[in-house]
Design a protein around this ligand. Structure first.
Ligand code: ZN
Length: 263
């Protein structure tokens, strides 16, 4: 190869090399896609709530027995009739029924709900002061209480007793009545362990269902006998009709049978 040819070849080679890789010719980086920070941020959509979470396991309820358990008190224990008033105390109606009983010089048994006793301790104190008997009617009127674990039943009854005693220290709480009369044998056992006697009833005019006073009177009078235990309500709803019925029933039952303390 002649020297001139070599030179041309070398120059061509240099051009070739610099033409595709010299400084300033570095290929631009491929433009990055618009960065996330520059782009408008999409509003994060709220995550759909999971639909298959397992709810906390509820303790199984014991089945209700087909028949009421043995050992419930349904009689007054003497020839007279015993009156019982459930679900209070209630500031609208409990003072009314207390006034009626006071006027007739008779006493009754009040089946009080624990949280009502906590709300209206002055009424619990008045019930006791005026010589009436007390009955534990569960903390929150739990119609399924008898079906719950024994420890839950015990805790409920003790809590209710504490609320009653906070209002009326040392007042005897003689009775327990299961809300709705949905008793179980297990519940009777717990009540007895706590020194509470299980109180049922023999006359139920269903005044909780708001029948007119006339109907309440008729139902009570047609079902009452010597030794009956009458169930009525001084709370848990509008008790105007019960109050009106009692204005007739209290003097009438007193005249016919006598109104007595539960024994
Ligand atoms: Zn009740």
């Amino acid at each position: 190869m002649r020297p001139r040819t070599v030179l041309v070849f070398a120059l061509g080679l240099m051009l070739l090399v610099t033409g595709c890789g010299g400084p300033g010719k570095t290929p631009q980086k491929v433009a990055a896609p618009p960065s996330a920070s520059a782009a408008p941020k999409p509003t994060p959509s709220p995550k759909p709530k999971p639909t298959h979470t397992t709810p906390p396991a509820k303790p199984k309820l014991r089945p209700l027995p087909k028949q009421l358990p043995a050992g419930l008190h349904r009689r007054s224990g003497s020839p007279g009739v015993a009156l019982t008033f459930d679900d209070g105390p209630d500031p609208r109606y409990t003072p009314q029924i207390l006034a009626q009983l006071r006027a007739a010089h008779v006493t009754a048994t009040f089946c009080v709900v624990g949280r009502q006793a906590k709300r209206h301790p002055e009424l619990v104190a008045q019930i006791v002061r005026e010589g009436h008997q007390l009955c534990n009617h569960s903390w929150r009127h739990d119609v399924d209480l008898g079906r719950r674990p024994l420890a839950a039943i015990r805790a409920d009854l003790e809590r209710t007793n504490r609320a009653i005693h906070a209002a009326a220290p040392n007042a005897p709480i003689t009775w327990f009545r299961q809300p709705g009369g949905r008793w179980t044998a297990e519940e009777l056992t717990v009540a007895r362990q706590l020194g509470l006697r299980p109180l049922h009833w023999s006359v139920d005019p269903q005044d909780w269902d708001h029948p007119p006073a006339k109907k309440i009177i008729k139902r009570v009078e047609s079902a009452s006998h010597h030794g009956s235990v009458v169930l009525m309500h001084d709370a848990g709803g509008d008790r105007t009709q019960t109050m009106a019925a009692c204005r007739h029933l209290i003097p009438d039952l007193k005249r016919r049978y006598g109104i007595v303390r539960l024994r």
